[in-house]
Design a protein. Structure first.
Length: 333
């Protein structure tokens, strides 16, 4: 029986002003491989089916104890950055990086299974029907001809944003698993936390940001989807520790004061921004209520070895999202 003293402390590296980081051991990677072998054993299995998702939820309880502890601690206490980085998930042989629009993962692979297993210790993996046909695990890859696209298919600098911040049921977390980085190893995940930015704001700007004077429209990845959401505040909750919802590509103020507040907030976020490069096997989980994320620019070559991440969304309260999930499924409308 494992005792508390035998549990390796998972909150390891926080010394560089970045995310809380856990480095998996070889033994832990082997244990995860055994679980992903189970999830990939059936050639007819599909990620988006209820049976597969339920099996993944069960097996997530068998993840190495240190990893489970780190994930559960992060759910309760996301820290000042609102980001957890798990290094060393098993990524073995990879096919070529996809390069077609709307690319998703439907068939269980070891790496997609590892992503889902880890996320299930935080909440339920979810997707949005209007984005990439509602696939639970989506590819984040550059697509030829979409270099300037403000979304996962682009390769220019991706503006900072809360994932699907326009939606009444935006994700509580977004998870990004790196399979391979770009050729030049320059693409970086950018994150910025409202916990760090809030003290930099004037009292007047804070007050404005708590008022419903802002509109956020759906991102380009939602196509021609029309949101019926009205004006909202950017900050909500405890005034001393609020949630944030903004997309600097799609959020606008309804008046000059609101527009000025967005500018001041953007400057504050810039001052506390962190950028770090993900390596193969690195899983970044971002608390989507506290931390924005974006990406630095990179140059794709479209040769099968471009940057490739897997992405999924996580919700922690199925009762809250039930009105948007037909048939109590995992896809929100």
């Amino acid at each position: 029986m494992t005792t508390q003293s035998e549990i390796r402390n998972p909150a390891l590296d926080t010394t560089c002003g970045g995310p809380t980081t856990i480095q998996l051991t070889d033994e832990e990677r082997s244990a995860i491989r055994r679980l992903t072998d189970d999830l990939t054993a059936d050639p007819d299995a599909r990620i988006d089916t209820r049976d597969w998702v339920e099996r993944a939820r069960e097996l997530s309880c068998e993840l190495p104890l240190t990893l489970r502890v780190a994930l559960r601690r992060f759910r309760r206490s996301p820290g000042p950055e609102g980001v957890l980085l798990v290094r060393g998930l098993p990524i073995d042989s990879l096919p070529g990086t996809p390069s077609v629009p709307g690319s998703v993962e439907r068939i269980p692979t070891p790496y997609a299974s590892a992503l889902v297993l880890a996320c299930m210790q935080i909440g339920d993996i979810t997707a949005f029907r209007q984005e990439k046909s509602g696939a639970l695990v989506q590819n984040v890859v550059p697509v030829p001809g979409q270099e300037d696209f403000q979304g996962n298919a682009g390769s220019v600098t991706l503006k900072m944003h809360i994932e699907n911040g326009f939606h009444s049921y935006k994700p509580d977390y977004v998870a990004l698993l790196c399979l391979r980085n770009d050729h030049d190893d320059v693409a970086g995940l950018r994150t910025s936390s409202i916990r760090r930015a809030l003290p930099l704001l004037s009292n007047e700007t804070r007050a404005i940001l708590f008022e419903p004077r802002f509109i956020t429209t759906p991102p380009a990845s939602f196509g021609d989807y029309i949101s019926v959401t009205g004006a909202r505040p950017i900050l909500e909750g405890d005034p001393s520790d609020p949630d944030v919802q903004i997309d600097f590509a799609t959020t606008s103020g309804l008046d000059l004061g609101a527009a000025a507040a967005i500018d001041e907030l953007g400057h504050a976020f810039d001052q506390v921004e962190r950028t770090f490069v993900l390596r193969s096997g690195d899983l970044a989980i971002v608390d989507n209520r506290l931390a924005m994320h974006g990406r630095t620019a990179f140059r794709p070559r479209y040769d099968g070895f471009d940057r490739w991440l897997l992405r999924t969304s996580i919700h922690i309260d199925p009762r809250r999202t039930r009105p948007a999930r037909p048939a109590d499924g995992d896809v929100l409308s």
